[in-house]
Design a binder for this molecule. Structure first.
Ligand code: NOJ
Length: 544
């Protein structure tokens, strides 16, 4: 790993690749059967740690600086790892602690940093604490680590308040003893009570456990959720909510007593002290779906976390004006916190961006143009596995869906759930499982489409015009042009042409339906073919 320049830690402009562990790569069985306890059930159609380690050279060659690995801890997998039963051990499905050590050593040897996921808002209902709480009964200290409350109404038969679970239905489940417990997600994910000091102490130990093993940072799940308003009052849901003034994407500013409470920032001040006590610029990035850019920036004040995902960028529709506004707003919001912005277009919770931008050739052209724009912006970019192949959202048939947001109430929300962006990657070959678990690998845990042969890593490596070849060129050029470059950036939109100026480079993105004349200068790279000084629709270019 190259040593970061003083005052310019590695994460500040890193490109981080998100590995969704179940769907990245399934390790090959050693000697046909796999090694003792550490094979991550190789070849079973579910990705694992040895699979990731075997593909690290691919990530180095892609040109990213770091990977973020989604949870691989002991878990009943009700929310595919975001339901943790033991924060300091590895689920046998994915491997062993020795596999983590091997992965870290290999990644570091290749110059890649590793960020792991931390899930502090809730545990699994299989965590020792929750099992203890159930056994200990109402009023016990064991129950005080979670949010147990009596119900309302006759015989306490109504939930304690009107909050909804993010996955649909009430955010409360009643136990046979009559009490209710809070779960902002699935009923198998009880929320912890962060007002109980035992909870904070436990997570400090978890942080230290992984820092001692050598991880470079943490992605903090539901970072805005840990504290709830102390009274647990009802959420006000006006019939006609007002628009948020200055919000990132014109979101409705809701009354949210369950999110973004001021007390949460003390947690991150404590974590920052822990992170700073380790050598090597250890960092943390918040997954905080806050309502405004200003609220997001509060998580990255100098004594709190280092970064927060910029979901405003992800949520922006295909429009030069909207892109210009979110770019300028995001940069201004984080500047106030003396940090650098982050940019993300896809992850394991949202529809893949080629599909969001319309799908098919147009969606892909737009996705490449948005990516090229993002890679020129100051700060750090987060890529989601498979976007470098141009994968689209898959229409997973109902019988194959596994996401709890679908399984809790199939069909009720009108949404298919998140399985469509979690389909295992195609590595090689012309039919499923496309080399996912090696030549003899089982069919993957979510079925892959039959028409992915041209999108496999093997196929795209052989095609200089592929999306993979484009990502590799763009990432190499980003290093050459922007590493350590001045971060001052300004975006303007003229009709449907976006122009972003950073140093002596102009990024031009044509969001209109007509070709636009390119400014004079050298074309460093374009997201699609450019000819005769014209930038076609749905295309971006870097010009110097
Ligand atoms: C956010 C994670 O990204 C998502 O996958 C998970 O379901 C929820 N947090 C709950 O942990």
């Amino acid at each position: 790993m190259t040593a970061p320049a003083p005052g310019h830690p590695w994460w500040r402009d890193a490109v981080v690749y998100q590995v969704y562990v179940r769907s990245f790569a399934d390790g090959l069985p050693a000697d046909g059967e796999g090694g003792e306890g550490g094979d991550g059930a190789a070849g079973d159609g579910i990705g694992d740690l040895p699979g990731i380690t075997s593909r690290l050279p691919y990530l180095r060659d892609l040109g990213v600086d770091a990977l973020w690995i989604t949870p691989f801890y002991t878990s009943p997998q009700k929310d595919h790892g975001y339901d943790v039963a033991d924060y300091t051990d590895v689920d046998p499905l994915f491997g062993s602690l020795a596999d983590v050590d091997r992965l870290l050593e290999t990644a570091h040897g290749l110059g890649l940093r590793v960020i792991v996921d931390l899930v502090p808002n809730h545990t699994s209902d299989q965590h020792a604490w929750f099992r203890e709480a159930l056994a200990a009964g109402p009023g016990s200290p064991a129950r005080a680590r979670y949010v147990f409350r009596p119900g309302r109404g006759k015989d306490g038969a109504e939930p304690p308040n009107n909050w909804h679970s993010i996955f649909g239905g009430p955010a409360w489940t009643r136990l046979p003893d009559g009490t209710w417990y809070l779960h902002l997600f699935d009923s198998s994910q009880p929320d912890l009570d962060w007002r109980n000091p035992e909870v904070g102490d436990m997570f400090e130990d978890v942080l230290r456990f992984w820092l001692d093993r050598g991880v470079d940072g943490f992605r903090v799940d539901v970072a805005h959720g840990l504290y709830k308003e102390a009274t647990l009052r009802d959420q006000k849901r006006p019939e006609k909510p007002a628009k948020a003034a200055g919000s990132m994407v014109e979101r409705v500013l809701n009354d949210e007593p369950m999110w973004d409470q001021p007390e949460v920032h003390d947690v991150y001040r404590r974590w920052r002290r822990v992170l700073d006590s380790y050598p090597g610029d250890r960092m943390a990035v918040a997954e905080a779906w806050t309502q405004t850019a200003a609220s997001m920036a509060r998580f990255i004040r100098p004594d709190e976390l280092h970064q927060a995902f910029n979901f405003g960028w992800l949520g922006t529709p295909w429009s030069a004006k909207a892109f210009a506004q979110v770019i300028n707003d995001s940069i201004a919001a984080v500047a106030a916190a003396s940090s650098a912005p982050t940019w993300v277009l896809s992850n394991h919770d949202v529809e893949r961006h080629p599909t969001r931008y319309g799908g098919g050739p147009v969606g892909l052209a737009r996705a490449r143009a948005a990516t090229l724009t993002m890679l020129a912006l100051p700060g750090s970019a987060y890529l989601y596995q498979g976007e470098e192949l141009g994968l689209e959202q898959v229409d997973v048939p109902p019988e194959a869906r596994q996401d709890p947001s679908w399984l809790r109430q199939p069909g009720a929300t009108g949404q298919p759930g998140r399985d469509g962006c979690r389909v295992p990657l195609p590595w090689s070959g012309d039919r499923p499982p496309y080399g996912f678990g090696g030549p003899a690998g089982a069919q993957p845990w979510i079925p892959q489409p039959d028409d992915w042969a041209a999108l496999s890593v093997e196929a795209e490596l052989a095609d200089p015009d592929s999306t993979l070849a484009f990502y590799r060129r763009a990432l190499a050029l980003r290093r050459a042009v922007f590493a350590g470059a001045d971060e001052t950036t300004h975006a303007v939109a003229d009709d449907d042409l976006l122009v972003v100026l950073r140093g002596d480079v102009a990024v031009v993105l044509n969001a209109s339906t007509e070709p636009a004349p390119l400014p004079a200068g050298e074309i460093l790279i374009s997201s699609g073919p450019v000819a005769d000084g014209q930038l076609p629709p749905d295309t971006a270019a870097w010009i110097r």
